[in-house]
Design a protein. Structure first.
Length: 149
């Protein structure tokens, strides 16, 4: 059904390759109109991902600036490695008086850090768990764990 609609719109062409062994049977080629449509979709996807990137980066920058203004110096970041790299670059670009003293990919790993070794932990791991429960399970004071942005 979908293929038929794409054929009707002129976005794909079909060809039958019966003489070739080890084949699926049909191949689908994008027409110039199909290539144009696919290119527009790809551009839209890239633009939406860039907007998402800038949104995440701006939220992190706001959070880090606030942490710095509140007098915290040593932070542990809990989240993906690539986002940790954003944190590093934001600290450098904004000349913030912050030091990233640790990184955990998930909140459970925060147990590996002594509570006195950091001022605050930033939770950005996509966890849906209540921060109160995380603090209790890890054994850190409530003021040392920031909830997700």
């Amino acid at each position: 059904m979908l293929l038929k609609q794409l054929l009707e719109k002129g976005l794909v062409k079909t060809g039958n390759f019966r003489k070739k062994p080890y084949k699926i049977g049909y191949t689908y080629l994008l027409t110039p109109k199909g290539i144009e449509k696919k290119s527009k979709l790809a551009a839209h996807f890239i633009i939406s991902k860039l907007k998402e990137y800038h949104s995440i980066r701006n939220k992190l920058a706001e959070r880090l600036i606030s942490i710095s203004k509140n007098g915290h110096k040593r932070i542990v970041f809990i989240g993906p490695e690539i986002v940790k790299e954003f944190v590093d670059s934001i600290i450098r670009e904004n000349a913030l008086d912050l030091t990233l003293v640790g990184h955990c990919s998930c909140w459970e790993s925060l147990r590996n850090y002594e509570p006195d070794s950091f001022d605050i932990a930033i939770l950005f791991d996509g966890s849906r768990k209540d921060t109160r429960k995380i603090r209790e399970e890890v054994g850190i004071p409530s003021h040392k764990l920031l909830p997700p942005c």
